[in-house]
Design a protein around this ligand. Structure first.
Ligand SMILES: *[C@@H]1O[C@H](CO)[C@@H](O)[C@H](O)[C@H]1NC(C)=O
Ligand SMILES: *[C@@H]1O[C@H](CO)[C@@H](O)[C@H](O)[C@H]1NC(C)=O
Ligand SMILES: *[C@@H]1O[C@H](CO)[C@@H](O)[C@H](O)[C@H]1NC(C)=O
Ligand SMILES: *[C@@H]1O[C@H](CO)[C@@H](O)[C@H](O)[C@H]1NC(C)=O
Ligand SMILES: *[C@@H]1O[C@H](CO)[C@@H](O)[C@H](O)[C@H]1NC(C)=O
Ligand SMILES: *[C@@H]1O[C@H](CO)[C@@H](O)[C@H](O)[C@H]1NC(C)=O
Ligand SMILES: *[C@@H]1O[C@H](CO)[C@@H](O)[C@H](O)[C@H]1NC(C)=O
Ligand SMILES: *[C@@H]1O[C@H](CO)[C@@H](O)[C@H](O)[C@H]1NC(C)=O
Ligand SMILES: *[C@@H]1O[C@H](CO)[C@@H](O)[C@H](O)[C@H]1NC(C)=O
Ligand SMILES: *[C@@H]1O[C@H](CO)[C@@H](O)[C@H](O)[C@H]1NC(C)=O
Ligand SMILES: *[C@@H]1O[C@H](CO)[C@@H](O)[C@H](O)[C@H]1NC(C)=O
Ligand SMILES: *[C@@H]1O[C@H](CO)[C@@H](O)[C@H](O)[C@H]1NC(C)=O
Length: 500
């Protein structure tokens, strides 16, 4: 025993180096006082024991409390991490004095519970915390001043997806500036859904003066206003900027392109205006860009440099225009590309055929012309919407061959012509197919037995299809909607036809 103890002491520095001194995954002997605090804590919480998969299993009879689910100890047996997220806890935090006496805690996660009270001041006693996650936990009202005593925090997550309409979490008094003034070690700040309106336009100055090493700034739906101040450019390490759903009414600063660590920039529904700086598309590590729902935002897509990292580009409902560069194929990781309801024109580059990771493509409601590229190499494609453009040409088997994950195809409202390749009806995952309002000709009857069994909606309205109405064609599978009106069919409607 003594030898083992010696060994622990000897190994500790190495483990600390190995594990980054963040969290010890090494189990150790539970201390009695720590165990008793944990049991008191369990006793003070109300939760649904049938749905809680951690708390409910804490048990007096299992002596080794450091092995309890959600509990981590350091080598001396002090509880240093408590992960009680999603445990259906509905009350008892106000009186959970045992929690506030777990003095060694460095990590506390109470996310996704249902507290419906303000954040208890006792948490301010846990001054060793480096990680505090109270996201989506039901906390309401003013965030208490005493939390600003947690000056060792590196990560703070107080975000809420669906803030309480009447009493959202807010930073009014103290305001953001006052609240963070001593939290200089913060690197990750998530305050989505927290009302920061009291901060006026000074939020940028506050962040840049107090949190120089910030890497994550997530302030969605925070009621902050623009402009985005120049001072934010001092936060050189920013890698995630999420400011969606704030009425910023401003332009996107050019200096965002200088954040060399920028991985994710999302600014949807921010009432942005002016011209979006093209250089931001070229930040080498950028993976995700969402500017959707900014109808006054002008911009165009520049040429891409080889080996770009972009995975997600979402520009729907903006005033972006121009054509797509052939270099789009350099974005080998591109998986989601949404440009619906913009003003793009010109051809869809045939080089898109080389995007092997493409899963979701929506170019609808633009002015694209020319033919549709072949997508056979985009094996992961599930959603293809090219509707409401000026696309022309024929559809062939080669357009879709081997796309076994394709669920949705919408090519409606274009000027496509020729006959329909039977192959399109054979795609094994296809559920919805819209080919309406084109100039397709020929007989639908040709692909009598081709209908995919998952297909539930087929819209062929407003084409030049003829022949007899294909009674048998679509009677197999799950077809619920078959629209054939405004064609040149003869005979009566098939029984599956619900849409004309
Ligand atoms: C603990 O063990 C005792 C005796 O072994 C038993 O009576 C009791 O039900 C156990 N308690 C729990 C919570 O399992
Ligand atoms: C919470 O746990 C339930 C099952 O116990 C699970 O279905 C749900 O996805 C979890 N929610 C979150 C946000 O982790
Ligand atoms: C908390 O404890 C106080 C007194 O100790 C008591 O009056 C109050 O009802 C308790 N609150 C809850 C929610 O249990
Ligand atoms: C939260 O508590 C308030 C009273 O403080 C109550 O009006 C409201 O209905 C509660 N909300 C939920 C979701 O329980
Ligand atoms: C916080 O710590 C102080 C002493 O450091 C103590 O007096 C107080 O009761 C503690 N608060 C809570 C809620 O545990
Ligand atoms: C907070 O916890 C939730 C639930 O476990 C998790 O989804 C979220 O990513 C956490 N936030 C941070 C910043 O780690
Ligand atoms: C920050 O620290 C200073 C100096 O210790 C102190 O005077 C001030 O009250 C602290 N601010 C907050 C918000 O706690
Ligand atoms: C920021 O990080 C640098 C090195 O990464 C460190 O020297 C500096 O002390 C940090 N600043 C603060 C305020 O934590
Ligand atoms: C934030 O609060 C501090 C201290 O109460 C105050 O001096 C400052 O003016 C406030 N800032 C704003 C923008 O209201
Ligand atoms: C696809 O990439 C290959 C090389 O990887 C290249 O030779 C070919 O021209 C590209 N095709 C298109 C349509 O960009
Ligand atoms: C498409 O382009 C044509 C001519 O280039 C123009 O007349 C038309 O208004 C454009 N349509 C849209 C929706 O931008
Ligand atoms: C399809 O339309 C193009 C013009 O867009 C025309 O040149 C071609 O002849 C048409 N093909 C068929 C089969 O109708």
């Amino acid at each position: 025993m003594r030898f083992l103890h010696f060994l622990w002491i000897f190994l500790t520095p190495f483990l600390q180096i190995l594990l980054g001194n963040e969290i010890f995954l090494v189990s150790s002997q539970c201390l009695d006082d720590q165990k008793s605090l944990l049991l008191q804590l369990k006793g003070s919480f109300q939760y649904d024991s049938t749905l809680s998969n951690k708390l409910a299993r804490w048990n007096q009879n299992r002596t080794e409390c450091c092995n309890w689910d959600g509990v981590t100890c350091d080598l001396s047996g002090h509880v240093i991490a408590l992960e009680l997220d999603n445990q259906t806890i509905s009350s008892g935090i106000e009186n959970a004095s045992a929690l506030f006496r777990l003095q060694y805690l460095e990590r506390l996660n109470l996310a996704y519970n249902k507290f419906n009270v303000s954040i208890p001041v006792g948490i301010g006693n846990l001054t060793n915390l480096k990680y505090l996650n109270l996201s989506n936990a039901g906390f309401v009202g003013q965030i208490p001043m005493i939390l600003s005593r947690l000056t060792r925090l590196i990560t703070l997550d107080l975000s809420t997806l669906f803030p309480d309409f009447d009493q959202p979490l807010k930073l009014e008094n103290p305001n953001l500036s006052h609240f963070i003034e001593n939290s200089t070690e913060l690197r990750e700040l998530y305050l989505d859904g927290v009302d920061l309106s009291a901060q006026g336009t000074e939020w940028c100055q506050s962040l840049s003066s107090y949190l120089p090493n910030l890497t994550v700034l997530s302030l969605r739906t925070c009621r902050i206003s623009g402009p985005v101040d120049e001072s934010l450019s001092n936060l050189h390490f920013l890698s995630i900027i999420h400011l969606d759903q704030n009425n910023l009414s401003t332009t996107v600063p050019e200096y965002f392109a200088n954040f060399s660590n920028l991985i994710s920039l999302t600014l949807s529904s921010c009432n942005l205006r002016g011209t979006f700086p093209e250089r931001i598309f070229q930040v080498p590590v950028l993976e995700s860009l969402d500017l959707s729902n900014n109808e006054l935002l002008l911009g165009s897509i520049p040429i891409f440099l080889p080996n770009g990292s972009l995975r997600r580009i979402i520009l729907s409902y903006t005033n972006f225009s121009g054509s797509l560069p052939d270099t789009i194929s350099d974005l080998q990781n591109l998986s989601r590309f949404e440009l619906s309801n913009c003003n793009f024109s010109g051809p869809i580059p045939s080089t898109m055929a080389n995007l092997t990771n493409l899963a979701y493509l929506d170019l609808s409601f633009n002015n694209f012309t020319g033919s549709i590229p072949h997508f056979q190499r985009s094996k992961k494609l599930t959603h293809l919407d090219l509707s409401r453009n000026g696309l022309t040409g024929l559809l062939s088997r080669a357009h879709f061959e081997g796309l076994s994950e394709l669920v949705y195809i919408n090519l409606g409202d274009n000027s496509l012509n020729g006959t329909l390749p039977a192959y399109i009806f054979e795609l094994p995952s296809l559920q919805q197919l819209f080919l309406n309002s084109n100039q397709f000709v020929g007989q639908v009857d040709e692909f009598r037995n081709a209908s995919s069994s998952l297909l539930d909606t087929v819209d062929l309205r407003n084409n030049h299809l003829n022949g007899s109405i294909p009674k048998s064609t679509f009677e197999i599978g799950r077809l619920k909607v078959l629209s054939l009106s405004s064609n040149f069919f003869r005979g009566s409607c098939p029984s599956t036809s619900l849409g004309g």
